[in-house]
Write a protein that binds this ligand. Sequence first.
Ligand SMILES: [Zn+2]
Length: 313
Amino acid sequence: MSKTKGYVEVTRRNWDADFYADMQRGGHFIISEPAEYTIDGQRKNSLYGAQSPLYGTDFDSEQAFVERYRCKCGEIQGKAFEGFTCPICKEKVTFKDTDIKIIGWISYGKNRLINPYYYHKISSVMPKNTFNDIIYSKYKITTNGIREKAEADDFDTPPLSPYSGIGIDEFYNDFEDIMDYFKKKNKNKASSIDMILNEKNKVFTSHYPVFTPKLRPSGSTSDTYYYNTLDKDINTLFTLSENLKSCIDVERDYIIQRIQQKMVHSWDLVFETLPKKQGIIRSEILGKKRTAESKLYELLETLYKTISSRYFI
Ligand SMILES: [Zn+2]
């Protein structure tokens, strides 16, 4: 982590590699449950959801960064309970440091998506709307109401390229040919296209990182839109990962398309906030205690920039 103020480390990530590395290192987890569940009329954060206690304890008190004792699920907290076994998660209460770098991963199994960074990059080396026209499969409704993959002459709108409507999987299979085609069409984009060609393993991904909810709190001040929208995206991205598991083929392409759109949307939300000097973190976390804990804000802002740029560029 850089200590230089305002510095954002820019690295292009391979999310699949990050996912496997995080799983091996331990401490990180796969998001496999909705964010909340209801028990006896009370809403709780799921252990393997996007608001999981596995992300670590809150920064919601002046005790931020001091020691915390809790069980795995967070139900039992406090030094007084050290060694006590939680009846819910069956784990002993131990000291757990807050690790703001914990990532919850949404997995899409063997399905391929385009990493949003490369989505923008590839879109920019093709004529307007052409990339969407390639990766979003086209369908027709047959006379008996069945949805079928469309052939070129079924298209309502003229195809924007010879690869119109092939979908992400075909784009993956013909990646080199397709990128070469656009390289020949647009010579001044050649160096960008070469970069994309060289980084094929980063272009496609089956995993999506969700960084700590401490850096995306739900507040009620000016930047509420950012957080609520980001968390809505995250919840949808999880729900769609579940839908993918049981869907039929024709639905699958549609679900993939929605995941792709949500992924890009959430990435844009994070990316747009990165250069801002007046931070979201400053205004959102701890709200009123701003002046007293400005050092904490500074730290959190740096963490936000570090973590989001680590995973979102
Ligand atoms: Zn527990």
